[in-house]
Write a protein that binds this ligand. Structure first.
Ligand code: FAD
Length: 405
């Protein structure tokens, strides 16, 4: 998502761009995410998060799970994360992210319209629904913070929610409607964007596994591929998501990123395995999105810190539909059309890392978008293009600077 969006906006402004992708376009976390564009939402670092994580450490089916193991980098990351779970940091994060949310939503509308992207884009918001009063109260608090930044989330009682979404069970107490949100099929979006960026002149090389960033006299000179091939470039944008650590380390930079694994389970509509939803419902207490896409519903979510691997833990995957069954009628036990896990690039302060690398001219980093990488893709791409071509972004994104840790 991030690399494709950077390449699109750079190519659109006439830059000569090559995208290097070791697999295929849209194969990382961006392939199978929940497809929700959620502007104005707070990052992961929220007051009370650490307590919640510690309580959940022994429950492998909880929404936030840290697989117990000895990993000094994870310990350090958690320590810094803990320091950021404060009201003060939440407010500062919202100051940084809320304006980007407004911009990115506009860019999505523009992209889908101007580029005629076929990606099941539905700009009708989503519901965050709750079974418990404490859950609803918490979400109402967060929603009130969004109001101060120009978003208009609405509190809805259970009855009204059921009128709007008849598949919701009677146990649902209420929820929040986020009108500025939208949904799409992320893989279709990326396929379409890759096509449009190629038409703008960007080259794409798949199966190009970058092993090293090359520098000379404090400036980037290109990259080396795993097979030894060297490609020269005056500018390099590192946008390899959760896999960015090794590449940043090749120029002596330690990125504080942990992989936050999430899962999806897709079920075809009409197969008895899934309710027909009007718009996306997020199952608040379980952090599971139920997103209607073209012909299927995607159950997606959970956050697991278990290292940089793609091992699917069945109980966590199954928890997606088990949770859905608590909130929605019609969630049957049928075969899934797809089961998947992906790695979110998570920073310990919850904010993305976007900007030039000090001391290495021509090198830019754009990663660490955690749960908001789809949402913030277009605005990240646009701002990176501005930094590369104009020397500065049109928005103040100092809070996202590379050397803040
Ligand atoms: C279950 C789940 C649900 C989510 N739901 C949402 C949502 O609803 N809304 C939202 O905004 N966000 C959501 N996210 C988060 C979002 O998916 C991520 O933040 C986003 O995909 C990160 O994009 P990225 O481009 O940084 O990384 P990735 O999508 O992981 O892309 C990195 C790319 O770099 C390539 N690469 C890696 N190493 C190399 C190398 N050495 N050489 C060449 N290429 C390389 C990879 O193959 C990959 O294609 C969700 C994530 C998950 C897992």
């Amino acid at each position: 998502m991030i690399g494709v969006c950077c390449a699109y906006y750079l190519a659109k402004r006439g830059a000569r761009v090559t995208v290097l992708e070791r697999d295929e376009i849209g194969s990382g976390a961006s392939f199978g995410n929940a497809g929700t564009i959620a502007p104005g939402h707070a990052p992961m670092t929220k007051p009370g998060r650490v307590k919640q994580a510690l309580k959940n450490m022994i429950d492998p089916t909880s929404p936030l799970y840290i697989a117990p193991r000895w990993d000094p980098a994870l310990m350090k990351w958690l320590w810094v994360f803990r320091r950021h779970c404060t009201e003060t940091h939440l407010k500062a994060s919202m100051e940084a992210l809320a304006p980007l949310g407004h911009d990115t939503r506009e860019l999505f509308d523009q992209l889908v319209d101007e580029e005629a992207l076929e990606c099941n884009y539905t700009a009708e918001g989503y519901y965050d629904v709750f079974l418990t009063e404490p859950g609803l109260a918490n979400a109402t608090n967060e929603a009130s913070l969004m109001w101060t930044h120009g978003y208009r989330p609405m509190l809805l009682p259970g009855e009204e929610l059921r009128e709007r979404e008849p598949a919701l069970r009677r146990g649902v107490r209420g929820g929040i409607f986020y009108p500025e949100a939208a949904t799409l099929n992320p893989h279709s979006f990326l396929r379409e964007m890759a096509d449009r960026m190629s038409r703008l002149g960007a080259a794409v090389r798949i199966a190009a596994d970058v092993s090293e960033l090359l520098t000379s006299a404090h400036r980037v000179t290109g990259v080396r591929l795993r097979d030894g091939e060297v490609l020269t470039a005056g500018t390099v944008v590192l946008a390899t998501g959760a896999y960015s650590l090794e590449l940043a380390a090749s120029v002596g930079y330690r990125l504080p990123i942990q992989a936050g694994k999430g899962y999806h389970r897709d079920r075809n509509l009409g197969a008895g395995g899934t309710p027909s939803l009007e718009i996306t419902c997020m199952l608040g207490e379980h952090s599971v999105f139920c997103t209607p896409m073209d012909g299927f519903v995607r159950y997606a979510g959970t956050m697991e810190f278990s290292g940089l691997n793609h091992e699917i833990r069945r109980p966590r995957l199954e928890q997606l539909t088990r949770a859905a069954n608590l909130y929605l009628t019609g969630v049957g036990d049928v075969e899934s059309r797809s089961e998947w896990c992906g790695l979110r690039p998570c920073t310990p302060d919850g904010l993305p890392i976007v900007g030039p690398v000090p001391g290495c001219e021509g090198l830019f980093i754009a990663t660490g978008h955690a749960m908001l990488g789809l949402t913030l893709g277009p605005i990240t791409g646009k701002l990176v293009a501005e930094m590369v071509l104009d020397g500065a972004p049109s928005r103040n994104i100092d809070a996202l600077r590379v050397n803040r840790f």
